[in-house]
Design a protein around this ligand. Structure first.
Ligand code: 5GP
Length: 185
């Protein structure tokens, strides 16, 4: 088999492409209702949320704008340290805008709660959060995403934008990665 083939890796599928797309359609419908008559700016958190933003936005029939931020928590491997640094800021002013932060996954929730506070300080009308995935630990922080795709077990997952060492983002499903693969961290 080709050494570049993802199927060879130690992956267990958690969410299929169909499950993800069906849930995104439901959430898109809910967002359309909630933001009826209002402007809406989706802020995608790079790079993990690119697939979520792309599919969520296309599941809506209303006008929607997109902007992107890149943040990095000072830390390595598979855990987050909570200290956040902006690598790429928004291109636009969000004063008086309705902002919906779109994130791939909330784990400890530290990154998102920092980001939410940071954006609120810029004077938008509203800042809400949509996260495709949420791990149990996230429940312990003061962060209430308005929209959640799926609650998942406390495992390291990849696919649908989520990476391990920049790999697996192009998987259409979400899968857990066998601990043997990253135990060297
Ligand atoms: P938090 O600050 O909520 O602990 O971590 C959020 C960030 O950590 C996510 O945006 C993501 O980049 C990364 N992360 C947390 N859990 C996972 C996971 O299971 N898989 C991958 N690939 N990244 C994760």
């Amino acid at each position: 088999m080709d050494a570049q083939d993802i199927k060879q890796d130690l992956l267990t599928e958690l969410l299929s492409e169909n499950e993800i797309q069906a849930r995104l359609k439901e959430i898109a419908g809910q967002i359309e209702k909630d933001y009826q008559g209002k402007d809406l700016l989706l802020v995608g958190v790079l790079k993990g949320a690119i697939m979520v933003v792309a599919d969520l936005a296309r599941a809506m029939s209303r006008h929607v704008e997109m902007d992107w931020m890149a943040v990095s928590s000072y830390g390595y491997g598979t855990t987050s340290s909570g200290v956040v640094r902006i690598l790429k800021d928004l291109d636009q002013d969000i004063k008086d805008r309705n902002v919906l932060i779109v994130e791939d996954i909330v784990d400890s929730g530290l990154t998102l709660s920092w980001l939410q506070k940071n954006l609120i300080s810029r004077g938008p009308t509203s800042v809400e959060v949509m996260a495709l995935l949420r791990k149990p630990e996230a429940l312990t922080v003061e962060l209430e995403p308005k929209y959640i795709g799926f609650d998942i077990p406390n495992e390291f997952v990849v696919g649908y934008g989520l990476d391990y060492g920049e790999k697996y983002r192009n998987l259409r499903s979400v899968a857990s990665l066998h601990p043997d693969v990253y135990s060297g961290d």
